[in-house]
Design a protein around this ligand. Sequence first.
Ligand SMILES: [Zn+2]
Length: 500
Amino acid sequence: MPAANLPPVPTAVDSITATELRMHLEFLSSDELGGRYTLAPSFAIAARYLASHLKAYGFQGGGKDGDFLQRFEVIASRPDQEKSVLSLTINGQTANYSFGEFFPSGGVIGEATAPVIYVAHGISSPSQHHDDYANVDVKGKIVLLVPGVPAGVDRSKLDVKEQGEEAARLHGAVGVLQLPQERFLGFFRNKDTRNRLGSRETVRLARESEGHLPQVTLGVDVAEKVLGLLGFSLNDIYTTEKKPNPVNISAHIVTGFHQTRTVTQNVVGILKGSDPRLRDEFVVFSAHYDHLQTSPKGEIFHGADDDGSGTTAILTIAHAMAMDPPRRSVVIIFHAGEELGLLGSEYNTDYAPAVPLDKIVADFNIDMIGRSKPAGDKAREDEHLTDANTIYLVVSNRISKELHQISEETNTEFQKLHLDYYYNDSNNPEMIYYRSDHWNYAKHGIPVIFYFAGTHVDYHKPTDTVDKIDFPKMTQITRLVFETGWRVASLDHALARSTN
Ligand SMILES: [Zn+2]
């Protein structure tokens, strides 16, 4: 499609300035906000700040009863060492293991005693013609599961019900023994990191926590022992497709957790579109406003770049949108709980969407656009940090090629940034495709662009501070998102969902 057919971009884009971005970001990354951890009381102050601005710009609340806060409950679970049990009975001999040799995982309090059955990766996907449950009867049994996906299966197209604990439960299993993830094997081999990994708190949506199976992750030694009997080893298990030896193993598992419930909130505002015929369709602009917990030593994780940068960018986009609304309605959403596992976006897509998902034309998600690599920087952690003129775009062409074209043409016309597609591959080892909130929209088939400038030496450290932000670059990226998004929201037709 030639650029001439694209809607003109309004001058409201000029309202997005480094000064306004800096003002918001200095507040959001301040010591007083304490790092915006989803479960911290001060997190609600950040929410209120964002909601107040959206209201002042003329947005309506997108939560329940017109509230700007879309509230939801989460459960934090920390393994309870005393209450957790793993014993294995192999050929009539029972051995009990202690916490550290195994870890309760998944945050589900429960108990199961049953024969163990090996199900490889435990994937059951009719659309991808792969079924690890095809010739095994797991009813009433505890499945032994290898994490990850085998060659030939596209992880990005798997439904949650086609893998892991959910697939096991749907096939009638009563518990899950999980092998350690390949990328965490190093951690599992070291006692200190193993115990830290196995004891850490996990948080999930309260809505999602009901009716799930008790799960246990095996440590390296127990895993090697069980795998040895089956004829495998931890070295080959992640790739092998062989059949296991028939062995009689049964397990007794008890998964204990200390749990606390907290109500938190996304912030959602809706700006009515200017065209009465198109305003029941929506274009979403999103960023996560949460970051990390203050350390026991009192170190604050300011999260200026992650994702203070995206949050402030989206707020200035909201302001500019309100000055000259596009034809479709605009949804601004600041997600909570991203750092805890994309919880806010999971809630707004899988459980209680603020607007119907089938009316969302696209989602523009921003996470970490504030940094650029200084000349001569040789730090290993900065290897993939973009320079002052570059930004990574992820997913733009995976669901809608038209979105990709509009994005490219709009950039060529205005900001002339270098658009880098290095991470636009669902098999990229860093799996950026799955690592921010856009994933929860993309998995529902919604066309998405994810804007990301790369991780760096201060990523998830107290030193991710506002003084290191490249505001001129951030201004350019924010304007590009506005320009692209405004055009998509004002097109005659909804974006074509086609990749060719
Ligand atoms: Zn982030």
